[in-house]
Design a protein around this ligand. Structure first.
Ligand code: GRG
Length: 431
């Protein structure tokens, strides 16, 4: 039977649609195969504390720490276009979850109420309105919850499915609350260790109430986080977040106990950065997926997103410590270098100017050494290379979202786009 022109076009377009769906699905499956091989939760190979001869090769090992992510990336990022129903609109990831963040903030204030008045005011210090920080973590986690195919519960929904999704959303919000409590606890302890006097634009808690109360308030927040975690009755999620606390402590200890060689190692720096910054967000993203009953593959993609976003975030933080809101060196707080902490920009500068080794070795106690290091950094491509590495991780984070199984749900698509958008915001932020 002869086909007329319009029939032929129709059949051809149906065939193309079907073919592209199959192709995308098998591409996703391939991506998962590669992601699967990175189930260990370390940024670099576990040979971190190897003999000096091996560590000398640390910079060469840099390609290893996100091997599987490179595999995802190797397929190339496709722009987010899983359905035509969500047009390329401008979207603000924070305003997408704004209302829920307010609910979360109120709940957090209730969760940290303590019996003893002094402890109560110490524990609520950074949960008070106006000093809640950027709320980067809860924003990512709420978006991730929706991105993993979970419709936001609507108050009117009274059927069984509605009840179940409301209950799931509540449990995922609980992960966001726990994550914020662990984060703030770590900030309180960090400020004690650093003897900081400000945080989030106000006096740090140790400065205002003293070290002892600041430490106790941190412990108290951790204990409330544990109670909330136990209420989820999910042992896999409990062990993920318990491991995060171990990572925070390990990262902090790595930072304060470096040998001269470790201070000059990019591998060591990236592992510490994973522990101190990326572990919390990556494992919390994974917990969101696990609570939703997602597959191992999807949970790992959520983890990969968080890990790479967290690493990009910290790399840019390290740049901003030198540049502040301007592009000129020395305009930042220079807090890291004044504390003797060596970060990526200096490590890259050291590759170009090996003379910097001796300066780093002296520990920056002498202000002249800080100036000298800034001179070398200014002459090097250290800042640029750090930004490039951050961009690479941001791109890997976006690739993890692009590798999620397709969904036609508009909320899901919008949240995924917001998560991808966040990867760009992280690397272009000025504060
Ligand atoms: C008590 C859990 C616990 C840990 C103790 C002190 C310590 C061990 C760990 C320190 C971890 C730490 C403070 C890492 C820095 C992480 C980081 C990037 C902080 C800044 O996060 P932002 O920019 O801050 O999101 P805001 O204020 O916006 O929340």
């Amino acid at each position: 039977m002869a086909l007329n022109q319009s029939h032929r076009c129709l059949i051809q377009s149906r065939f193309e649609m079907l073919f592209s769906r199959i192709a995308r699905r098998s591409l996703n499956r391939c991506r998962w195969l590669f992601v699967f091989r990175d189930e260990h939760q370390q940024v670099v190979s576990s040979s971190l504390f190897r003999s000096p001869t091996d560590t000398e090769k640390a910079l060469g090992c840099r390609e290893n720490y996100s091997w599987a992510s490179h595999a995802i990336h190797g397929f190339g990022r496709r722009p987010y276009h899983q359905s035509s129903s969500v047009v390329e609109e401008q979207l603000d990831p924070f305003s997408l979850v704004e209302n829920e963040l307010t609910v979360l903030a109120n709940r957090l204030r209730e969760m940290v109420i303590a019996e003893v008045p002094k402890l109560a005011s110490a524990a609520e210090y950074f949960f008070k309105m106006g000093v809640e920080g950027k709320r980067f973590r809860p924003t990512v986690l709420l978006l991730m919850a929706t991105a993993l195919n979970l419709p936001i519960p609507r108050p009117a929904a009274d059927d069984m499915v509605g009840d179940l999704s409301t209950e799931l959303r509540r449990r995922q919000q609980c992960i966001a609350e726990i994550t914020e409590m662990i984060h703030v606890a770590s900030l309180l302890h960090d400020d004690v260790l650093d003897d900081a006097d400000t945080r989030r634009g106000i006096g740090s808690l140790n400065f205002v109430m003293g070290n002892k109360l600041a430490v106790l308030a941190g412990d108290f927040l951790l204990s409330r986080a544990c109670v909330a975690l136990a209420s989820l009755k999910n042992t896999e999620v409990v062990s993920l977040l318990a491991r995060v606390v171990e990572h925070l402590v390990t990262g902090e200890t790595m930072q304060m106990t470096t040998t001269s060689e470790q201070r000059c190692s990019m591998e060591y720096y990236l592992q510490k950065t994973y522990y101190k910054t990326a572990s919390l967000i990556s494992n919390s993203c994974k917990a969101i997926a696990l609570l939703a009953g997602q597959t191992t593959e999807v949970s790992m993609l959520a983890y990969e997103y968080g890990k790479n976003l967290g690493l990009a975030y910290q790399l840019i933080d390290d740049v901003l410590d030198f540049t502040g809101t301007s592009t000129s060196l020395g305009k930042g707080s220079l807090s890291d270098i004044h504390h003797g902490i060596v970060t990526a920009p200096i490590l890259y500068a050291m590759e170009e100017f090996p003379q910097l080794h001796a300066v780093v070795d002296r520990g920056f106690d002498n202000p002249a050494d800080v100036d000298l290091a800034l001179d070398y950094l200014g002459k090097s491509r250290g800042i640029q290379k750090t930004r490039e590495l951050a961009a690479k991780h941001a791109s890997l984070a976006a690739a993890a979202i692009d590798s999620l199984p397709e969904s036609d749900d508009e909320d899901v698509q919008r949240s995924r786009r917001a998560l991808v958008d966040l990867t760009q915001r992280v690397i272009t932020r000025m504060k």
